[in-house]
Design a protein around this ligand. Structure first.
Ligand code: URA
Ligand code: CA
Length: 433
């Protein structure tokens, strides 16, 4: 087989065979096919697309390019949740202990944040002593015993995706639905998921800025999952404004604790119930979504979800007592209110820009090497659709430096107040095929 023939075939809009896709992925991973030929193929795919069969083959070839995590020693159906990334997206911190409280096994591999989106591991590391550097054996034992554990990303998962993603980044081929969908799904499948719940964000703070793009990506991922034997569904949810009130690591841990008690922000609570119900049903712990939702609300109300969070933190070296006394979380030196300049209704809170404002305070990384400050961040005091009086705080800045002028300016630029506005719809669509 010759790479040039594979490139020409795709350039001409023809369907590649399973063997051809395997040849490309194996050859590229092994360093036998050069970057320039794979770039040409990625560009041909960008323009000519891939069929469902090609997408499934590409995904599985990338899964098999490296190590895969075998979760078969864990009893039950392992349901993973994946979010395409947002601002102040505290859902994983809440969902993991919440569904585990209903005996749904949560064996989660998570990453750190980059840019305006935060990473689950960073948030968890706001808890003194908590660590994700555990062995695979410890990971599996913890999930079998207590139903929830989080491990850091293994370096050897889907090497083909790592190489291809880096190449796409510099060749104008990131924004291709078949390439994005296979990239994301290969990582979930390699991490051992039996079933997958996708939270595809749409809006300013999301990777997909419009509903149409988000839906296309969701359909592509759901089809790949189902075609390779992993039951998959997607929820398209709003990321035009940040989720919940808290943006920043320790602040989001506090928000997760509130939500696990049933006292969290309305939007975060609703999204967690929607995604959680899907997970509980896929894990066959409830007969339908209504039953699952009632079960989730019950463990929020009776304290079981919060107790599960505490056990989970203690199991991985963390100080579980922060659940009862959140003042033990890292605290920022300065709390600075940013008052509204005029009265009206909040009409826009541009999610990605507010995420960048939090990053400027030190809550996120601009480059992979940056250190983050776990205590700092932004608490929204108003959400889109809320009334505000001039002088009332729009947000509170949690900072470890006194001069936050640049952050304040960014907030004024990106939180708009007008005469009238309505809250954006949180759940846009549910996609199952
Ligand atoms: N995220 C991924 O993991 N892969 C892509 O291709 C795009 C976003
Ligand atoms: Ca939040």
């Amino acid at each position: 087989m010759r790479m040039v023939d594979v490139i020409s075939k795709k350039r001409d809009g023809k369907e590649l065979t399973t063997e051809e896709i395997q040849f490309v992925v194996d050859g590229y991973t092994a360093g036998k096919i050069p970057d320039y030929q794979v770039s040409a193929l990625a560009m041909a795919i960008f323009f000519q697309d891939m069929t469902d069969r090609e997408r499934a083959d590409l995904t599985m070839a990338m899964v098999n390019s490296g190590e895969t995590i075998d979760l078969s020693a864990i009893e039950g159906i392992k349901v993973d949740k994946h979010s395409t990334g947002g601002v102040g997206d505290t859902t994983t911190l809440v969902l993991a202990p919440l569904v585990a409280a209903l005996d749904v096994p949560v064996a989660k591999m998570s990453g750190r944040g980059l840019g305006h989106t935060g990473g689950t591991i960073d948030k968890l590391e706001a808890i003194e002593g908590f660590h994700v550097e555990i062995t695979k054996e410890q990971f599996i034992d913890l999930v079998n015993r207590d139903k929830v554990a989080v491990i850091g990303q293994s370096g050897n998962l889907t090497p083909a995706d790592k190489k291809l993603y880096a190449l796409r980044d510099v060749t104008g081929t990131v924004n291709s639905i078949p390439l994005i969908a296979s990239s994301i799904m290969s990582k979930k499948i390699a991490a051992g998921a039996d079933a997958i719940v996708l939270d595809v964000k749409t809006g300013a703070g999301a990777f997909m800025k419009t509903d149409k793009d988000a839906e296309n990506l969701a359909h592509a991922m759901v089809r790949i999952g189902n075609n390779v034997g992993r039951q998959t569904m997607a929820v398209i949810s709003d990321m035009s404004q940040p989720l919940g009130f808290a943006i920043g690591n320790a602040l989001e841990v506090q928000e997760a604790i509130d939500t696990l008690k049933g006292e969290g922000p309305e939007d975060l609570t609703e999204l967690v119930l929607i995604l959680g119900s899907q997970m509980v049903v896929l894990a066959k712990k409830a007969k339908d979504l209504d039953e699952a939702r009632a079960m989730l609300k019950e463990v929020m109300a009776n304290g079981k979800a919060l107790a599960k969070f505490k056990d989970f933190l203690n199991n991985q070296g963390g100080d579980g007592s922060i659940v009862d006394d959140p003042s033990k979380l890292p605290q920022a030196k300065f709390k600075i209110d940013v008052p509204a300049k005029e009265s009206g209704v909040v009409s826009e809170i541009v999610a990605d820009e507010i995420g960048i404002a939090a990053m400027l305070l030190g809550a996120g990384r601009a480059t992979k090497e940056d250190e983050i400050d776990l205590a700092v961040g932004i608490m929204l005091r108003k959400k889109v659709g809320d009334k505000v009086e001039a002088g009332e705080p729009l947000v509170t800045i949690y900072a470890n430096k006194e001069d936050v002028k640049a952050v304040e300016a960014k907030i004024y630029e990106n939180i708009r107040v007008s005469d009238k506005a309505v809250a954006p719809k949180l759940i846009h669509t549910i996609i199952t095929e």
